[in-house]
Design a protein around this ligand. Structure first.
Ligand code: PLP
Length: 399
């Protein structure tokens, strides 16, 4: 029987639930976006967001979904006929590649099995071979939302440095910013792409490019036609807190509140909370006797956990039963893992009890849908949250 009472559990890996504080901050009359009052809001968010990216360089904010910011990174820095290096970490890396290809960019796509992040050694080898410096950019997704694997951005930076290759480094942090440690300046990333609807806890509708000096210089020299996404006009006008076209005013009120909330908790604490909730979720999955899609423990996502369905069970049918019975939305499998996996989001506004409620929904859903599993996943997650080591929990679950 359908259960629609109580609150809906939105446990997809973004859009994530929007905290009441942010909803209230956005509940404002729309103001004149050319007024002094707007200029103050503009400066607050344009300065404030830099602290979340770990940068002192410009961050531009677009009224678009993350896909727009992907396109912006490409059209500002690259031209048809350029070559870029990407890694097939999953569905989102594949989509970013498609956009590049549509602009006539040659993509050297390092193949992957969707069970791990981009391999720094393979990137290093490809760059070392490229003595003519045909590769103009290395483009990596930090948190592959379709698989629950992360790529080790600091290590990839070191791999690029070892080759002395001058390629730009571009990173998609759409599902990792404000959930996973990230340092645009320290890791010398040239373009960081992000979006509002995940770790920033906002509704969908804002996207970001954090831009290094090197990337800005590349944009100045780049003849690729572009208008709406052009950085130069945006960066110039942003200096006074304004935008070259109508900004998403009320989402910016929300962004100002989100930045305050992140700093009140402390970014380090936000990252640690995500790690802890993820560890508890993995303990639950192991206790159920199910398999985690990500194969490399060093690359487990703090944002989501992707669970493989036992053979001959359809993940979408299972998600449908969980939604109808327990009012919980779980993420679907995307691309080549459609129907084979489901994804548990544990990001943004999520605490111990939210997670335990969600994992209870997953476990009761498994029983209701007749998916073979062992009970006790929620118990295992609670043990992790109560402070036991994840490895102890694993041993207990296996015993
Ligand atoms: N990149 C990643 C890692 C994502 O998770 C998503 C969306 O979930 C996108 C890109 C695309 O962003 P959007 O759907 O906001 O256009």
């Amino acid at each position: 029987m359908a259960s629609q009472q109580g609150r809906h559990f939105l446990q997809i890996p973004g859009p994530s639930p929007v905290p009441d504080r942010i909803l209230r901050a956005m509940d404002m009359p729309v103001i004149d976006h050319r007024s002094a009052e707007f200029g103050r809001l503009g400066r607050d968010v344009l300065d404030g967001i830099k602290t979340v990216f770990g940068t002192t360089q410009p961050v531009v904010i677009y009224p678009s979904s993350g896909t727009g910011a992907w396109e912006a990174a490409i059209v500002n820095t690259l031209s048809p006929g350029d070559t870029v290096l990407m890694a097939e970490t999953g569905h989102f890396a594949t989509l970013w590649r498609q956009i590049a290809a549509r602009f006539g960019i040659e993509v050297d796509f390092i193949p992957g099995d969707w069970r791990r992040g981009a391999d720094p050694a393979q990137i290093e080898a490809r760059l070392a071979e490229d003595r003519a410096h045909r590769i103009k950019a290395v483009m990596v997704v930090q948190n592959e939302t379709s698989t629950g694997s992360t790529s080790r951005i600091a290590e990839i930076r070191q791999a690029i440095d070892r080759t002395g290759h001058p390629a730009l480094f571009m990173v998609d942090t759409i599902s990792s910013l404000a959930s996973v440690d990230y340092r645009h300046d320290e890791w010398r990333v040239d373009v960081t792409v992000s979006g509002s609807q995940k770790g920033l806890m906002l509704p969908p509708g804002l996207s970001f490019n954090a831009i290094s000096e090197k990337a800005l210089a590349a944009a100045k020299a780049n003849s690729m036609p572009r208008s709406y996404w052009d950085w130069q006009e945006m960066v110039k006008i942003n200096a006074n807190g304004f935008f070259p076209y109508t900004p998403a005013t009320n989402l910016l009120y929300g962004l100002r509140e989100a930045i305050r909330m992140l700093h009140e908790e402390g970014l380090e604490n936000v990252f640690a909370r995500h790690q802890r909730l993820a560890a508890a979720t993995r303990a639950a999955v192991r206790a159920w006797g199910l398999e985690i899609l990500c194969e490399n423990p060093a690359e487990y996502s703090p944002v989501l956990t992707t669970v493989m369905m036992p053979p001959s069970h359809d993940a979408d049918q299972y998600r449908k039963v969980a939604l109808e019975r327990f009012n919980i939305s779980l993420g679907s499998g995307l691309g080549k893992v459609a129907g084979k996996v489901f994804r548990i989001g544990h990001l943004g506004e999520c605490n111990d009890l939210t997670l335990i409620g969600a994992l209870s929904g997953v476990e009761m859903g498994l029983a209701a849908a007749g998916v073979p599993h062992r009970s006790g996943g929620v118990q295992a997650a609670m043990a992790v949250l109560e402070g036991q080591e994840e490895s102890n929990t694993r041993k207990a679950a296996v015993a």
